[in-house]
Write a protein that binds this ligand. Structure first.
Ligand SMILES: Cc1cc2nc3c(=O)[nH]c(=O)nc-3n(C[C@H](O)[C@H](O)[C@H](O)COP(=O)(O)OP(=O)(O)OC[C@H]3O[C@@H](n4cnc5c(N)ncnc54)[C@H](O)[C@@H]3O)c2cc1C
Length: 156
């Protein structure tokens, strides 16, 4: 229900606007942006930040070997069809919410222990809880969730 596939941009945008009539996009605006981007593709000295970043990433040999879709002109029919995806907003990370100590005990705003309340997982904040020091590294949350759950359970 969130995907629209069309062979040309006008059809795509018309159907996008039918799907989200409360947030319509302008066909001329979309076309101008894509044409500007496509126009930079054949220019090795182009200023399009996204294409520059893609070129930088693809200079890495490992990426050159495994990437299957080479950068190409979006509006070239040979590369079609065009696909639009309706985005839905979700909470990606809460990064905490409850201040807790290393035993999983929830602390009051004054920093004293709130008796009987424990927190585990992302809600206890891997930065604030101290499991990750002062930061939270991408891809390392589940370990902290399990570890904080174990500690909170043991201490409870
Ligand atoms: C897209 C995405 C990709 C991720 N990728 C990785 C990854 O590659 N590696 C990694 O380590 N971590 C990753 N994470 C982070 C990791 O998934 C989360 O940190 C972890 O799942 C949090 O687990 P949790 O049990 O603490 O909280 P949650 O899984 O959020 O569980 C909280 C639960 O509480 C329920 N709840 C909320 N309010 C109430 C209420 N009032 N009453 C009853 N229930 C309630 C919710 O429905 C939910 O089921 C990713 C997260 C996201 C969103």
């Amino acid at each position: 229900a969130d995907f629209i596939v069309a062979d040309d941009l006008d059809t795509l945008v018309t159907r996008m606007n039918a799907l989200t009539p409360d947030a319509p996009v302008r066909p001329d605006h979309i076309r101008a942006q894509i044409e500007a981007r496509d126009g930079q593709l054949d220019n090795p000295f182009g200023k399009d930040a996204q294409i520059t970043a893609i070129r930088g990433a693809r200079a890495y040999r490992g990426d050159r070997l495994i990437r299957t879709a080479k950068p190409h002109a979006i509006l070239d029919p040979a590369n079609g069809p065009l696909i639009a995806v309706r985005l839905n907003i979700l909470t990606r990370k809460s990064l905490g919410g409850l201040h807790s100590d290393l035993q999983g005990r929830v602390l009051t705003p004054e920093g004293t222990v709130l008796p009987g309340l424990y927190a585990a997982g992302e809600v206890c904040g891997f930065g604030g809880g101290g499991y990750h020091g002062y930061n939270a590294l991408e891809g390392t949350f589940l370990g902290g969730c399990l570890y904080s759950g174990r500690l909170a359970g043991q201490n409870a």
